[in-house]
Design a protein around this ligand. Structure first.
Ligand SMILES: [Mn+2]
Length: 356
């Protein structure tokens, strides 16, 4: 297990690498190049510079989150082949600089979704929350709300160029079923896994967030059976999962611990996002992102770490989102302090498991 911390790059962050270096037990950075338009090849010079910057701070760069999938690939239109070739080149370029894992997702139109990016908790901290009845009537309104709540930061997966054609995309996806989306995933993963095997880079698909359909969009990474199908679509250790405990748990029907145990045992979790959520209404699937501590949320974080530990997990972990605490402001979900607390807590659980 190697503990890591997500960092968006010097031009995108208030948080410094030197701050992250001081978090006890944090070894590596989960990095990205936010400014490269989705679909374009990641240039070697940029990857090299990022790696050198991170290593100069005493940290490693082994995981990229994310290399986003061009919408044409998810839509399954003929132009996808060009974007898939670009993706393969990016995989090769990343491998050349020691990258071992690429996190991505296969959600149409936009990534993760919350209804409040500044939900106040009783202790005075602020967090992200999701309340079904607060979902805006239209996706356009949702996009505006997300932009308004982002404190001026770009949000991963909500890049303006991707969302500009929102209406046309929604019209297109009306005729795309979950199975159609699966077929498009299979086409993509079959095309790239031979490259991954050749150069030693593992693909790690993040679950849908939330793990059920919103605005009628198709979804294919929602639960245990979806993950099982994906892993069988190309049965290779290089076709893996970013198991995000918070996202999977947003559907109370999902047994997070059992899912972690099964896919760790199968050797298909090279990267894990570990965080807690607190349901405020289980039937409505309403929740907020709680501190990592088990007693603050609805998930048993000891059982989660145990499922990884006892099934031979040897990948990368990062604390996922954190609250805003101690007066910090910044990118919602991605402050320094609460994620650092989460990281040290997860390391504590791991030490206890190692010594038991
Ligand atoms: Mn996640």
């Amino acid at each position: 297990m190697e503990m890591t911390f997500r960092w968006y790059g010097a031009n995108e962050e208030k948080i410094k690498l030197s701050d992250i270096r001081q978090i006890p037990g944090c070894k590596g950075i989960v990095g990205t190049l936010m400014d490269i338009p989705v679909g374009e090849v990641w240039p070697k010079a940029r990857i090299k510079a990022l790696k050198e910057e991170i290593e100069a701070a005493g940290l490693t760069l082994k995981v990229i989150e994310s290399v986003n999938i061009h919408e044409d690939i998810k839509m399954g239109v003929p132009s996808r082949d060009k974007w898939i070739e670009n993706y393969k080149t990016t995989i090769r370029n990343l491998a050349e600089f020691g990258i071992e894992v690429i996190c991505y997702n296969f959600m149409p139109v936009f990534d993760w979704l919350k209804t409040d990016l500044d939900f106040k908790l009783a202790d005075g901290s602020s967090t992200l929350s999701f309340v079904t009845k607060d979902l805006p009537a239209s996706p356009e309104e949702l996009i505006q709300n997300m932009a308004d709540g982002a404190e001026g930061f770009s949000l991963p997966g909500w890049e303006p160029e991707r969302l500009a054609q929102c209406k046309a995309l929604f019209d297109f996806y009306k005729n795309i079923s979950d199975d159609d989306l699966r077929a498009n995933f299979k086409y993509f993963i079959e095309a790239i896994i031979p490259t991954c095997e050749e150069v030693g880079v593992k693909m790690a698909c993040h679950p849908d967030d939330p793990p059920y359909s919103v605005f009628g969009l198709p979804r294919m990474v929602k639960n245990r059976d979806d993950l099982d199908w994906m892993m069988n679509a190309v049965d290779s250790a290089f076709n893996g999962i970013t198991l995000c405990t918070g996202s999977i748990a947003e559907d109370p029907a999902n047994d997070v611990v059992a899912i972690l145990a099964e896919f760790t045992k199968r050797g298909r979790i090279p990267f894990a996002h570990v965080r807690n959520i607190k349901f405020t209404d289980v039937a409505a699937k309403d929740f907020y992102e709680a501190p990592h501590l088990s007693s603050d949320g609805s998930l048993d974080m000891y059982a989660i770490m145990q499922a990884l530990h006892d099934n031979g997990f040897d990948g990368y972990i990062r604390p996922d989102h954190g609250r805003m605490i101690w007066g910090e402001t910044g990118r919602p979900g991605y402050g320094l302090y609460d994620r650092a607390l989460g990281l040290t807590y997860l390391n504590g659980l791991w030490e206890a498991l190692e010594k038991k």
